[in-house]
Structures are given as structure tokens and as C-alpha cells.
Design a protein around this ligand. Structure first.
Ligand SMILES: NCc1[nH]cc(CCC(=O)O)c1CC(=O)O
Ligand SMILES: [Mg+2]
Length: 336
């Protein structure tokens, strides 16, 4: 019997559907699955090499042999894809970034090794010149340090072709040059890589949340006090992201990336509502570092807060999430 007999009581009780776990599960609108995860990995040259990243506790840079062991675990956990980021020695960096398209380069070698051992693992490679330039910018610079668009696109195209030739499933230009998606798509078609997919970082913002990543790949030192504001987007803008996305779809992108993640969920939502295309999010290094640091201090419950963050990505409309937590999440999903 209801305690209310005055003719006024809430006939609509939204709490009814929250009483028990079973009903909360039945009415849940969004759900994260292992199929939504991409695991980023930092690749070291050499063999049996493993290095921690101090600003990203739990993340290890690894040489290809050790990486293969990790990928074996990821395959058995059901993680669909990895994204490779090379840690290139200073002796291989230059003004023209020639190492970016070296057939025997670190990324090209790693892709061949992974696809040989684990053909079912999706391999995504980063298309940008920052690991290979002596100044740490994503492209070729003029004498004033300005990143030249068209000259850079020529090198990016060679880089993308060399990755596709090595067997990369998805090339992911993260440089924000204009017109690079069209140029890369055309070259891939001409060279016969008709099923090589392009994941375009269309809305990549000039973000301070990339700090720990730049430590991990060692571009922080080369970059010094310089920033990337002449090509990455202003965090103040949102309409501009839609224009960037529209151009990349037009030029032949297969899926689009918004980056960073959590502070940019409004962008994901707008993109998803305006363009019915696959939209991915990059939960970047600084976001990982924040959650990890607070968890290590006992200030946040790590698993709970990471799973909540991932569910929020799904709710915003994200199709896949690139996150340094992907392996942990896959374990948690398996054990839940
Ligand atoms: N092409 C550069 C690149 N590729 C991925 C990240 C950042 C990823 C992260 O912070 O996790 C960056 C950083 C940058 O623009 O300097
Ligand atoms: Mg663009």
C-alpha cells in the first residue's frame, strides 16, 4: 500500500527502473564492449627493450619482440586493434623526415611482424612526421618555423604508402594538414591498396593534454617551448570541427577521430548527429595520467571511474575508443 492517500503522489516513479541490477541492465541505453577498444602502443628499436613512461604509470614502451607477447594477450582478450607509435632515435630525425617512409623503419618492421604472427589483429599506424623531425613538429618547416602544408602532404603520402605496403590495415593521419586525406586516398588507389582504410584525425585540437605522450615518444625535448597552434584546432571551436569532418569525408576518409576525448564529447555528439559515419575518440595521454594519478593516490576508484568514462564516450555517440586503458578494460569486461 502506498503511504499516500491524499490523491497526490508521483504516479510516475522514475526510480522503479533503478531498483535492481537486473532492471538497470535491461533499460541501459548504451553499453561498452571489447569491440569498441583500440590499444595504443609505443614501439622501441632493438630487442628485449622495455621502458616505463614516468608520466604514464602502467604504460611501457617495448621493442617489437616484447610487443608481440603483449599482442598475443590482446588477441586472446578480443581487442580488435592496436595503434602504433614509434620511439625514434635522435640519429634518425631530420629536417625532411626521410625516416618516415623508410621501408626498413621501425613502424614498417613492426607492422610486418605483427601481421605475420597475428593476421587477425587490426593494425593502425600514425601518419604524421613528429617522431621523425629534429624539431618535433608534425611537418616540414620553413625558415621561420612555419609548418608547410603541401610539402608536408607529399611526405605524409609516402609515409602512408610505405605503411600500407608493410601491411597496415588502417593509416591514421594525425597531422591536421589540409588536403592530406584526398592525397593519401588517391595514392593508395593508384598503388592498388584499395582496401587500406583511412582513419582521419579530422578534429584534432592543440591540446595541453598531449604532454605525457610527447614524453613517451621523446618529441617533447625537440619541440621545446613551441606549440602546434598553426595547424591543430583551437579548443574554443566547434563549428570548425564540422567543416573539417565534412572535408575529410569528401576526400575519402573511412572513419573520423576527435581528439582529445573527455573534454570534447560535445564535438563527438555534433559530428555523430550531423554525419552518420563511424566516429572514434582518442582518450589521450593526459586524460590517462589524470585518472591514473588520482587512483594511485586513493582519491578515485580506478575501475569504476574508467568504466564510467568509457560509458560516457558511448553515450556521446563514439563508435570506438583509443585508450591506454584498453587492456585493463578488456580484463575487467571479461571478469564482470
Ligand atoms: N602526431 C602527434 C600525436 N599523435 C598522438 C598524439 C597525442 C596522443 C596522446 O596524448 O595520447 C600526438 C601529440 C601531438 O600532437 O603532439
Ligand atoms: Mg582537415
Amino acid at each position: 500500500m502506498s503511504g499516500f492517500s491524499f490523491g497526490f503522489y508521483p504516479s510516475t516513479r522514475k526510480r522503479r527502473n533503478r531498483t535492481d541490477d537486473f532492471v538497470r541492465r535491461l533499460v541501459a541505453e548504451n553499453q561498452l564492449s571489447v569491440n569498441d577498444l583500440i590499444y595504443p602502443v609505443f614501439v622501441l628499436p632493438g630487442e628485449k627493450q622495455q621502458q616505463a613512461v614516468s608520466s604514464m604509470p602502467g604504460v611501457e614502451r617495448k621493442s617489437v619482440d616484447l610487443l608481440l607477447q603483449e599482442i598475443e594477450q590482446l588477441v586472446s582478450l578480443g581487442v580488435p586493434a592496436v595503434a602504433l607509435f614509434p620511439v625514434v632515435g635522435d640519429d634518425k630525425k631530420s629536417l625532411q623526415a626521410e625516416e618516415a617512409y623508410n621501408e626498413q623503419g621501425l613502424v614498417q618492421t613492426a607492422v610486418r611482424a605483427i601481421k605475420h604472427r597475428f593476421p587477425e589483429m587490426g593494425v593502425i599506424t600514425d601518419i604524421a612526421l613528429d617522431p621523425y623531425t629534429s624539431h618535433g613538429q608534425d611537418g616540414i618547416i620553413d625558415k621561420n618555423g612555419y609548418v608547410l602544408n603541401d610539402e608536408t602532404v607529399d611526405v605524409l603520402t609516402k609515409q602512408a604508402l610505405s605503411h600500407a605496403a608493410a601491411g597496415a590495415d588502417i593509416v591514421a593521419p594525425s597531422d591536421m594538414m589540409d588536403g592530406r586525406i584526398g592525397a593519401i586516398r588517391e595514392s593508395l588507389e593508384v598503388e592498388g591498396f584499395v582496401n587500406a582504410k583511412i582513419l582521419a584525425y579530422s578534429a584534432k585540437y592543440a591540446s595541453a593534454f598531449y604532454g605525457p605522450f610527447r614524453d613517451a615518444v621523446g618529441s617533447a625535448g625537440s619541440l621545446g617551448k613551441a606549440d602546434k597552434k598553426t595547424y591543430q584546432m583551437d579548443p574554443a571551436n566547434s563549428d570548425e570541427a564540422l567543416h573539417e569532418i565534412a572535408l575529410d569525408i569528401e576526400e575519402g576518409a573511412d572513419m573520423l577521430m576527435v581528439k582529445p576525448g573527455m573534454p570534447y564529447l560535445d564535438i563527438i555528439r555534433r559530428v555523430k548527429e550531423n554525419f552518420k559515419v563511424p566516429v572514434f575518440a582518442y582518450h589521450v595521454s593526459g586524460e590517462y595520467a589524470m585518472l591514473k594519478a588520482a587512483s594511485q593516490n586513493g582519491w578515485l576508484d580506478e575501475q569504476a571511474v574508467v568504466m564510467e568514462a568509457m560509458t560516457c564516450f558511448k553515450r556521446a555517440g563514439t563508435d570506438a575508443i583509443l585508450t591506454y586503458y584498453a587492456k585493463d578494460i578488456a580484463h575487467w569486461l571479461k571478469n564482470s
